[in-house]
Design a binder for this molecule. Structure first.
Ligand SMILES: [Ca+2]
Length: 186
């Protein structure tokens, strides 16, 4: 009986899935994008596993319902079947705009343009959506882009280390020359 209720809940929630965004991100980037970009479970919201609708307790079900009522942008939500990025999407756009954007998934990039860089890897959430990388994971992305971004972020420290190294080598060189000069007989 409990399992049947869970399956009914799962069937109902399928209406709220957003595979259009996953498909767009995948097509645009050429990367494989799973549901874990926005959802707590990489398998998506529908199912009985952890992070899926069928596994939620009564408190989490209330949070889910509350998040689905967040029609307007700017409302704080904590949907247990979404991850941090997914909840941010709902907060930035609201459910109504999100549903509208399913018709034109490229619009998600437009709405996210001021949403920042959630994982702090230097690549904006909007760009990660286009790149098909995980906005929740600062280590997931094009290695060259992440490397250049990190260099940019730590440029001051890198310059300081290079200057200290150069000064150290200059000092060592002078010291060795002094030793060499001191060892010569007059
Ligand atoms: Ca990022």
């Amino acid at each position: 009986m409990v399992r049947m209720i869970c399956l009914l809940v799962v069937a109902a929630t399928a209406l709220h899935a957003y595979p259009e965004f996953q498909k767009y991100s995948q097509t645009h980037s050429g990367r494989t994008v799973n549901c874990g970009m926005c959802h707590a479970s990489p398998e998506g919201p529908d199912g009985l596993s952890f992070g899926q609708v069928g596994s939620l307790d009564s408190v989490q079900m209330e949070l889910l319902k509350e998040a689905r009522r967040a029609q307007r942008p700017g409302m704080e939500v904590n949907n247990p079947v979404l991850n941090t990025f997914g909840n941010r999407l709902v907060r930035v756009m609201g459910v109504r705009l999100l549903v509208d954007a399913k018709k034109d998934p490229a619009m998600l990039h437009f709405y996210l343009k001021d949403a920042g860089d959630m994982d702090g890897d230097g690549v904006t959430d909007a760009q990660e959506y286009l790149d098909g990388t995980n906005p929740n994971n600062r280590h997931h992305g094009d290695p060259l882009v992440l490397f250049l971004t990190n260099v940019q972020h730590h440029l001051f420290e890198i310059v300081m280390i290079l200057l200290a190294t150069a000064a150290g080598m200059f000092g060592l060189s002078n010291l060795l020359m002094a030793f060499a000069a001191g060892g010569k007989k007059p």
